[in-house]
Design a protein around this ligand. Structure first.
Ligand code: GLC
Length: 798
């Protein structure tokens, strides 16, 4: 019997020889004998776009991922021709286009091959849907490694893996499960110390195969749309990631409180329960800045309503929580209950804002409220309407952040767990089916939410978190990794997901600490908190099905560990905020996998666990029960053990002994780490001084401290304070020079300087060339107070 697929499959088609070419400003067009056009656009010397059509013309160019604000510009562009190829040369790379078959080879200026087509672009016509299944294959050299791809729950190095990009509500997913909630069709290749990136900007379901099917071939394909990808040259991984993040956009700074600790559960209700939880945090003195209301705060799960029974006066409650330093964050899902007496439903119906099936009926599906219709967030008018719906929540009630969930979009009790593929979308004036819009539905919802929250929170900064996301979503929202499980394996996954998201441009991410499904042991919870405080987004969340997951649900020891690590996060807030500032300015990922930190060191290429938090703190979580420490890899450089101050040389594997209330943490020699006093929430205390922990180095190291008003937009007008510390250490001398920029004057007046690892006895301290008297106490504790505006500290020792 002949199957459908056999009937449909007419075989792969390939471009034939180039018959014409034309250069237009930054683009070069190649025309083949069989109607294929390749448009090569040079956006930067190290960023080149490849766009193919098989129709003989290009359709309208549109992308949700690319940041319209990104700047272009190259220093050099020249096209030459030889017998076999056209050569497009920039200041960084040469792109050879083969005349015979349109295949591409990209080399650096020394002729070192970076990315080479195997079969190159090919396609299969789609009988069912029209258009093509578009395919690409690249030759992969031995020893090549692959990274990126967003939230994949698999080893850091994707070599040998095949992954699928189709946003999916994957409850209690497991290691290697595919696909997951997010779609980031961007990978980084690393071979022979050269990094490059490929961003396949295609929203259809796509697959990437990293030498899984064939040992020396990497390929990617999508079920529709265009072969449209960006090549990014390194040679350092940092160059690849920052260029990708520049292309798809950076967020604004979050309010500082959003970097505090968040507490969540499905669900805290009624009001008295919420208050019980928040009071307990204050009583136990575990810092916390945000409390979440999951779906039960609503009236019958109707978005933008409140249950009168559980929350009779939300405005008062939110204000009282705010008095105590808690910001209230509420969940909003996309499904709008079909209910003729429900105002949101009525409005959307009147305005015709719900998604429709191909033949006209509204898309109907079951979610928490029962049968729902779903706004088409790909329609700009719908996004505007949606944004306005937040007026009451934000302006009147005082909610500070919004949590968007189920936006893959998730539909219950149906095969595929989502919309049928015939559902229609506006796609910002490029009408299409759900096949094309599925992967960006969640991002467009989060985008509309972000605009709404921002509109009504202004002049304060908005906070939005989403479960589903496509490349570029980082411009609008933070994210979490979805419904994980309280298991040791999931702790391993969470660690990798946060690092992977970070180098995939979407750094403001965290996992449900402790696990969403099932119940963690106290030990697992403690180990998870110890890792979670080093993730940019830090929230405990659980399904609540199996008991409680507040720190006090566990024994005294776990409560103390939780407090200790959350306190550490609050002390490190200025360091974390500075990391965030580097991310929003330069696209630098906040968490750096070891391979990112030192790609030249082969040992880093398969490391999963250790990562650099910011630039100078190395964290290695403990991922097994009953551990008294662990084996780990310390990358190049010299590192101080955070707990013992012992200086350890890197580029080697070692055993690190730790107690239960510790994980291996190392500080780079020469680092100056800023710390705030412990507060129960951001802004609780006004302080006179902050601490600078100075880790001696015989040599030079630069550290940075970014601060501003911690909320609002004045930082865009220059009201920030950027301090650069240049440390130079010698045998019996240490010099710290401070350079300050920006118009913001911090509230505190002094720095308390703490020395770690000073190899000499202090004889004399000069501040701005004047000698200060040193008390015995400060010699003993190796610490002293200095005016925050110092320009030079000079320590002379014997
Ligand atoms: C989904 C979310 C989870 C939330 C639950 C109820 O499972 O992923 O975080 O608690 O829905 O809203």
């Amino acid at each position: 019997m002949i199957t459908n697929t056999e009937l449909e499959y007419k075989g792969d088609l390939y471009p034939t020889k180039i018959v014409d070419f034309k250069k237009e400003v930054d683009s070069v067009y190649f025309y083949t004998d069989n109607n294929v056009i390749l448009k090569v656009t040079v956006l930067r010397d190290s960023l080149i776009r490849f766009r193919y059509t098989t129709k003989g013309y290009f359709s309208k160019d549109f992308s949700y991922a690319i940041d319209k604000k990104q700047s272009h510009g190259y220093n050099f562009l020249e096209v030459t021709e030889d017998i076999n190829c056209y050569n497009i040369q920039t200041n960084k790379v040469i792109c050879k286009v083969q005349k015979e078959d349109l295949r591409i080879l990209i080399t650096d200026l020394n002729g070192h091959s970076i990315l080479e087509d195997e079969l190159g672009f090919h396609w299969e016509e789609s009988y069912h849907f029209g258009g093509n299944i578009v395919k690409m294959s690249k030759a992969s050299k031995d020893g090549e490694s692959f990274y990126g791809l967003g939230d994949k729950a698999t080893q850091m190095n994707l070599k040998g893996k095949r992954v699928e990009n189709f946003a999916t509500d994957q409850y209690a997913f497991h290691k290697d499960q595919e696909p997951l909630y997010k779609v980031v069709p961007f990978y980084i290749g690393l071979q022979n110390n050269h990094s490059y990136g490929v961003f396949f900007d295609n929203t259809f379901k796509s697959t990437f195969d990293f030498c899984h099917e064939r040992r020396n071939v990497t390929s990617f394909w999508a079920e529709g749309g265009e072969m449209n990808y960006y090549f990014i040259y390194g040679p350092q991984m940092q160059d690849v990631v920052t260029t990708y993040t520049h292309l798809t956009g950076k967020p604004e700074l979050p309010p500082l409180w959003a970097l505090g600790y968040h507490q969540c559960k499905w669900s805290y209700f009624p009001e008295s329960k919420v208050k019980e939880v928040t009071s307990k945090f204050r009583e136990l003195k575990i810092p916390c800045d945000a409390i979440y209301l999951d779906i039960d705060y609503m009236e019958g799960f109707r978005c933008f309503t409140w249950s009168k029974e559980y929350f009779p006066d939300p405005k008062r409650m939110v204000a009282e929580l705010a008095e105590d330093g808690f910001k209230t964050i509420v969940i909003i899902d996309p499904g709008i209950k079909i209910d003729k007496d429900y105002w949101v439903y009525k409005e959307a119906l009147e305005k015709d804002y719900f998604c429709k099936r191909a033949d006209g009926p509204y898309m109907k599906g079951k979610v928490w409220p029962g049968e729902c219709n779903f706004p088409d967030y790909t329609n700009p008018e719908v996004r505007e309407w949606w944004a306005d719906l937040f007026k009451e929540l934000i302006s009147d009630i005082g909610v500070k952040g919004v949590w968007n969930d189920m936006n893959e979009p998730a539909v219950m009790d149906v095969p595929g767990k989502t919309f049928p593929m015939d559902v229609r979308h506006d796609y910002d004036g490029n009408p299409c089916s759900h096949r094309k819009a599925h992967n960006i539905y969640g991002t467009q919802m989060a985008r509309a939410t972000y605009h709404g929250v921002k509109r009504f929170a202004y002049p304060k900064r908005p906070f939005v978190i989403t479960r589903s996301a496509y490349s570029g979503a980082q411009r609008y929202t933070s994210s979490w990794t979805g419904d994980n499980v309280a298991s040791w394996e999931h702790l391993w996954i969470a660690n990798i997901q946060a690092q992977r998201m970070s180098i995939s441009g979407m750094g403001f991410t965290g996992s449900d600490i402790g696990g969403f499904a099932e119940q963690p042991t106290g030990e697992l919870y403690a180990r998870w908190i110890q890792l979670g405080v080093f993730h940019p987004f830090c929230r405990t969340h659980s399904s609540g099905d199996h008991g409680d997951q507040e720190p006090w649900s566990f024994d005294e020891e776990v409560i103390n560990i939780t407090r200790k690590f959350v306190e550490m996060r609050y002390q490190l807030l200025p360091y974390l905020y500075t990391m965030f500032w580097e991310y929003i300015n330069d696209g630098v990922p906040m968490l750096k996998p070891l391979v990112y930190y030192d790609q030249a060191d082969h040992h880093t290429q398969y490391r999963n666990d250790e990562f650099i938090f910011g630039n100078q703190i190395l964290v290695c979580p403990i991922l097994e029960p009953n551990a008294m420490g662990r084996r780990m890899y310390l990358p190049s450089g010299n590192w101080y053990n955070y707990w013992t101050n012992e200086l350890v040389a890197g580029k080697r594997e070692l055993w690190v002994q730790t107690d239960f209330d510790q994980i291996p943490i190392f500080v780079k020699e020469g680092a100056i780490i800023p710390k705030y006093p412990i507060q129960q929430y951001v802004g609780e205390l006004e302080f006179e001084e902050i601490t600078l922990d100075v880790y001696f180095k015989n040599g030079k190291e630069k550290s940075v401290l970014y601060e501003d008003a911690q909320d609002g937009y004045d930082y865009n007008k220059g009201r920030f304070s950027l301090a650069t510390f240049n440390l130079t250490g010698k045998d019996t001398e240490l010099i710290i020079k401070q350079h300050k920029e920006g118009k913001f004057d911090t509230n505190y007046t002094n720095f308390k300087i703490n020395f770690h690892g000073l190899p000499f006895k202090v004889k004399k301290i000069m501040i701005d060339k004047e000698q200060i008297t040193i008390s015995k106490a400060s010699i003993a504790t190796k610490s002293f107070i200095v005016d925050k505006n110092f320009t030079e500290i000079h320590i002379i020792g014997i």
